[in-house]
Design a protein around this ligand. Structure first.
Ligand code: DLL
Length: 433
């Protein structure tokens, strides 16, 4: 089978050799060019000479989000500003923005990675890519844009928002692939339904959805609503943007572009590496970046590396769909839960719409309480109170059986929960801590 890059089917030995060469170069580069890394390595008692292969990776100290904040805006750049041709930043709900810079070569590599993602989803230069990720400081829009062009496909830089217009464009311009957040894909599908859009007029065949957590059940809903293959695309600004890992049509985990980023999974509490197959915090080391090559960056994302080979023939290791972020994990009366697990449960229940919100509050007795607000369809909502109450109980019972936590469930009218055009806000934390 032909892949976009020969790196996708390299033997483990070949790949590790390439990774080692690139790692050695990057470590030398950051040590020489970024005072922060020189200091950090010196303090950890490690010198670039100690890094001879990927096996030495764990000798290096971690980089954290706090390090990025402390060196805001350009302190971790390893290239002079005259060589930086683009800046992106993630807004960050807490604290300062995280700022990243790209050299011309970084942009070129990034475009190639996105071209590889699109190819994994079955896309070719014949595709018309409807790119509804936001354009701007967010990496989604421009990241996907350059990759689609690199592949030779046609890109429609529609960005987020104005759903009715999006659908008109999709129909008139013959879009074949949709790229946006999974929550916006649902939002668009809902608008299409309201507009009585005839789906047979659309040419859409696949979508690359990411930038926020979603579940297998959400995939099922999106695929059904659109009649397409819905694939998961992962990335983060600090490491590159979209295109750090992507699902192939096997839909069984995301292939990590290991020729550019070395993944590790660590126990977030101890910082120790865990074996493949065990869940923990995902850590990446950039080995080809010039602008801001981060070493052992703690993403705070939780996943595991899948130990088996993928049936598609790619040898790049896969990570499981993210289960959440360390900072999104809710601890409800001692039980750890991720919002995506709640999503998985509620979206398996008949009559429930894929729109929900989790509200955390601290009750008078001092314990945290969780309320799950879920939209139901018109038919159920207009039913008798008793039917609604029974459904609330059923959902709460299901959450208790599967996740072991007691929550309050509130069914709400169709369209009450705010629709997103980018990343959905699933959690509202009312606790005043
Ligand atoms: O969200 C980059 C991106 C754009 C990825 C478009 C995919 C598509 P940031 O704004 O820096 O970058 O946010 C990164 O979003 O650490 C994850 O917590 C989350 N995230 C990204 N992709 C996924 C995904 C972009 N496929 C943060 N599944 C990451 C779950 C995701 N969470």
């Amino acid at each position: 089978m032909e892949f976009y890059s020969k790196a996708e089917s390299m033997s483990r030995e070949e790949l590790e050799k390439l990774q080692s060469e690139r790692l050695i170069k990057t470590v030398r580069r950051v040590y020489e060019k970024v005072p922060f890394y020189k200091k950090k390595f010196d303090e950890a008692g490690v010198s670039p000479k100690d890094i001879k292969s990927v096996a030495d990776l764990s000798k290096l100290p971690f980089t954290t989000k706090q390090d990025m904040r402390d060196n805001y805006p350009y302190g971790l750049f390893a290239a002079p500003m005259k060589d930086i041709c683009r800046i992106h930043a993630s807004s960050g709900t807490t604290g300062k923005m995280t700022v990243v810079g790209y050299t011309k070569n970084d942009i070129e590599v990034w475009a190639e990675l996105i071209a590889r993602c699109i190819t994994m989803a079955g896309g070719t230069k014949d595709d018309i890519i409807h790119n509804a990720y936001g354009y701007g400081l967010f990496t989604g829009g421009l990241g996907v844009h350059y990759g689609a062009e690199k592949l030779g496909a046609t890109v429609i830089p529609v960005s987020g928002g104005n759903s009715q217009r999006q659908l008109k464009i999709m129909e008139d311009f013959g879009s074949t692939m949709l790229t946006c957040t999974p929550s916006y894909a649902l939002n668009l599908a809902e608008t299409a339904k309201e507009m009585h859009l005839d789906r047979s007029k659309l040419k859409l065949k696949a979508g690359l959805f990411g930038a926020e957590p979603w579940s297998e059940n959400m995939r099922r809903d999106i695929e059904k609503m659109w009649g397409i293959d819905a694939l998961d695309i992962y990335g983060l600004s600090e490491i590159m943007g979209p295109g750090v890992a992507n699902e192939c049509l096997q839909k069984n985990g995301l292939h990590i572009f290991e020729d550019h980023f070395i993944p590790e999974i660590i126990d977030p509490a101890t910082g120790k590496n865990v074996p493949d197959g065990v869940a923990g915090e995902l850590v990446f080391t950039c080995i080809t970046k010039e602008g801001i090559p981060l070493i052992r960056y703690r993403t705070r994302d939780i996943t595991r590396l899948l130990p088996t080979q993928c049936a598609c023939g790619r040898t790049l290791r896969r990570m499981e769909r993210l289960s959440g972020r360390t900072d999104d994990m809710l601890i409800i009366r001692g039980v750890n839960v991720f919002p995506s697990e709640i999503e998985m449960v509620i979206m398996n229940i008949e009559g429930v719409e894929p729109h929900y919100q989790i509200i955390i509050d601290r009750a008078e007795h001092g314990l945290d309480e969780l309320e799950v607000q879920v939209e139901v369809n018109e038919k159920i909502f207009s039913d008798e109170i008793k039917v609604l109450e029974d459904l609330e109980k059923k959902i709460a019972k299901e959450i208790f059986t599967i996740l072991g936590i007691g929550v309050k469930v509130k069914l709400v009218e169709p369209k009450t929960i705010a629709r997103s055009e980018g990343k959905a806000k699933r959690i509202i934390d009312k606790r005043k801590i």
